[in-house]
Design a protein around this ligand. Structure first.
Ligand code: ADP
Ligand code: MG
Length: 719
């Protein structure tokens, strides 16, 4: 057995591999061009292409592919073989010979048909040209194809003929650039002129469910929608709280560890794995990385888990709410800003009250979340996440930020122009002194205490030395939430730098008083976004609304935030999305939402008419026949026990059938409407209708005999 540390990155064409194979000056030119983000010249590109081809073919690669992220939430790839036929003349005889060719231009760019990917009406089909271009910041890697052959994956961006972003990656790279520029500006003003670049870090905690594949195959709703649209909750679910951090079932552990080994070879550093709260729910989390690489790696985690689970006869469900009645799944995005040297700018250090660089970055982030909470709400909106947000075990749909006692006190003290008060909470038997916990049991060591306790109910929580954006959905790419967050924070950092510059007047570096004076205003202004209480409580909704925080309930309302000038201006001025790209994204998101809702509606309709109604009819027939038989031998059928069940089934089935009729009409109404209008009708009508139909189906499931029920039930799926 090989340890992950030994195989780590085995299938990655890293910079050090490239350095080993390229002549020194060529490698230096490559690095210069990559860092300067200029286009690679043809000779350098050819040299890199040759080097990677030799390495890839030594590992069995026969094909290469530009691997990109269209706005579908998944990745796309089209494989091209290295195989080429060339005319070769030997001894005066010309013949066709097979050769393996991979040129610099093939490495740099390829041209998939853009009209088959979502483009939000930005392009008409007759001008379908789109390009994928190698993203030199993310390394190439190999993945298995059939019979031990490999495919060389080239992480790429996907743009239109006119350079508009058609994908999730181009905008992420632009937003990283915006953060870098804004951070460097601020740091230079503070005198840290050695910092040349900064980037955002991202660590994605990925939650998911694993279910038996054979049972999964028997549930059309899981197959079509990724979630159970009906299903009576099992008598035992998560109320015993015995699943979280419990021992993993052996088949699950086998699948997850196999996935981890494969991911290690791809250079994806998975660090933790554990059982989550709901039965059959699990989580894996990597060591954080630069955001654009972390996004690539999260997508690889999802794809690898999917493939490996298949080999173990399991099915992985990434949906945000696969089963009503138990916890849903999220993708907590841990986010911070780091300098190129790896210094975390959200590291509070021992005395955050004196660490002005930290406080400035913290306050800029709070300001961004305050001004653009609506934008962050748009970033996480999807038909799936709608079932999770605002339910009482997930972040609420109101975005607020949690800081913890100590940092709250730091900001309060600056706002009130006083020094900080340190009041260590005292509890008998336990000495809690600032950052140390002395448990007063001699055999237990004194431990370091985090600056903040946890608040699981906050959508955006400070957790020690980073923010955790907890409202992100488990199934979505983390890219868009990071794009919008980065753009918002870049704007605040820039404006904070502007304000500081004004405040300091003729001084070359701002004094402590300059910084405190500016911070005072900024802290006051963004205060409404800070909330330390229980985000699940009803009181909070009223308070948040009183504070003027947006409470956005549906997807169409959330997506409309993208077009709101108060938000779109920030995105456009930071150079992250153009007005046209924003419109296109709005259209794509609305259409996707409408389609997702329609798939659920049509699946529910099919299940109702082809599965549930026939099942209850068969059961009713048996009950009725039994009553006839009893009557024939002189039993009082009206008093027979079957009679009350038959009556009850009539009542439930009639109500269900009636609502199935309403469903059919609603589907009709949505399909005949324009897509944007359809999305709004779906939000207004379908969401509650599907819930209600699910509840009615569950009542029937609870009544009908087991042997008549054509679908696996929750107890089988979850235990
Ligand atoms: P917690 O248990 O508080 O969520 P963990 O240490 O388990 O904290 O971290 C969760 C995720 O946060 C991991 O993926 C981790 O790599 C990531 N993380 C830690 N520090 C940072 C940082 N500075 N920037 C981004 N992500 C981070
Ligand atoms: Mg966490």
């Amino acid at each position: 057995m090989a340890y992950p540390s030994e195989t780590f990155g085995e299938n990655v064409f890293s910079l050090s591999r490239l350095a080993e194979t390229l002549p020194k000056p060529v490698f230096a030119r490559f690095i210069q061009q990559v860092q300067g983000r200029t286009t690679l010249d043809k000779d350098t590109a050819d040299a890199v292409a040759h080097a990677v081809k030799v390495w890839a073919m030594n590992h069995g690669a026969t094909h290469f592919t530009h691997w990109f992220q269209p706005q579908t939430g998944t990745t796309a790839e089209k494989h091209d073989s290295f195989l080429t036929l060339r005319n070769v003349t030997t001894n005066g005889v010309e013949e066709v010979r097979p050769l393996d060719i991979f040129s610099g231009s093939q490495l740099l760019q390829s041209e998939p048909d853009a009209s088959s990917f979502p483009n939000g009406g930005m392009r008409s089909t007759f001008e379908a040209r789109g390009y994928t271009i190698w993203d030199t910041t993310s390394p190439m890697f190999l993945r298995n194809a059939a019979h031990g052959t490999q495919v060389l994956y080239i992480p790429s961006v996907f743009i239109s003929y006119n350079g508009e972003a058609l994908d999730e990656k181009t905008t992420l790279l632009r937003s990283s650039e915006a953060i870098s520029n804004a951070t460097v500006r601020l740091l230079h003003l503070l005198g840290e002129t050695h910092v040349k670049r900064a980037y955002t870090t991202l660590g994605t905690e990925q939650e998911f469910f694993l279910v038996d594949r054979q049972l999964y195959n028997l549930r059309p709703d899981l197959r079509m929608c990724g979630r159970a649209i009906f299903g009576a909750p099992p008598p035992k679910h998560q109320q015993l709280e015995d699943h979280y951090f419990g021992q993993m079932p052996s088949r699950v552990l086998a699948a997850i560890s196999e996935a981890e080994l494969e991911l290690a070879k791809l250079g994806v550093p998975i660090k933790t794995r554990h059982n989550e709260v709901a039965p059959n729910q699990f989580e894996v989390a990597p060591i954080f990385e630069e955001a654009s690489v972390a996004v690539d790696h999260n997508l690889l985690v999802m794809e690898t888990l999917h493939q490996v689970a298949h080999r173990h006869k399991l099915k992985v469900l990434f949906h945000e709410k696969p089963f009503n009645g138990v916890n849903g799944s999220g993708k907590h995005c841990n986010w911070s800003i780091s300098t190129a040297d790896g210094e975390n700018l959200l590291e509070p250090t021992a005395h955050p009250e004196e660490n002005m660089r930290f406080v400035l970055v913290l306050v800029a982030t709070l300001d961004a979340v305050h001004r653009h909470g609506g934008l962050l709400r748009a970033a996480i909106a999807s038909a799936g996440n709608e079932h999770r947000l605002g339910a009482n075990e997930a972040p609420p749909s109101i975005v607020s930020a949690f800081l913890g006692d100590q940092l709250t006190e730091v900001l309060n003290s600056i706002e009130e122009g006083r020094s900080i008060r340190v009041e260590p909470p005292k509890r008998k038997g336990i000495k809690v002194g600032g950052t140390v916990l002395d448990l007063q049991v001699r055999t237990l060591p004194t431990i370091a205490r985090d600056l903040t306790d946890r608040n699981r109910t906050s959508a955006f929580a400070f957790t020690g030395n980073k923010f955790e954006f907890r409202a992100v959905g488990s199934k979505q790419s983390p890219s868009f939430p990071m794009v919008l967050l980065n753009a918002a924070v870049a704007q605040s950092l820039n404006e904070l730098t502007d304000d500081l510059t004004k405040q300091m007047g003729s001084r070359t570096v701002p004094s402590k008083d300059d910084i405190r004076a500016v911070l005072k205003i900024w802290i006051k202004r963004s205060k409404p976004i800070r909330f330390e209480g229980n985000g699940y409580s009803q009181d909070w909704i009223a308070e948040a609304e009183a504070r003027g925080l947006p409470h956005i309930r549906t997807c169409p309302e959330a997506f409309a935030q993208l077009l709101d000038p108060s938000h779109s201006k920030a995105l456009v001025t930071q150079g992250v999305l153009t007005q046209e790209e924003l419109h296109s994204r709005y259209h794509i998101l609305m259409e996707k939402y409408c389609k997702d809702m329609l798939i659920e509606a049509n699946t529910m309709h099919a299940i109702a008419t082809q599965g549930i109604l026939p099942a209850v009819f068969a059961y009713r027939k048996e009950l009725a026949e039994s009553l006839v038989a009893q009557k024939a031998i002189g039993v009082d059928a009206a008093a027979a026990p079957e009679k009350s069940v038959l009556d009850k089934s009539s009542e439930l089935t009639v109500a269900f059938q009636k609502e199935v009729g309403v469903l059919a009409k609603t589907i009709e109404e949505i399909t005949s409407a324009e897509p944007l209008e359809g999305a709004k009708i779906a939000a207004a009508k379908l969401f509650t209708l599907l819930r209600s139909l699910g509840d009615k189906a569950n009542d029937i499931e609870n009544l009908v005999g087991d042997k008549y029920w054509p679908y696996p039930k929750f107890p089988e799926l979850l235990f």
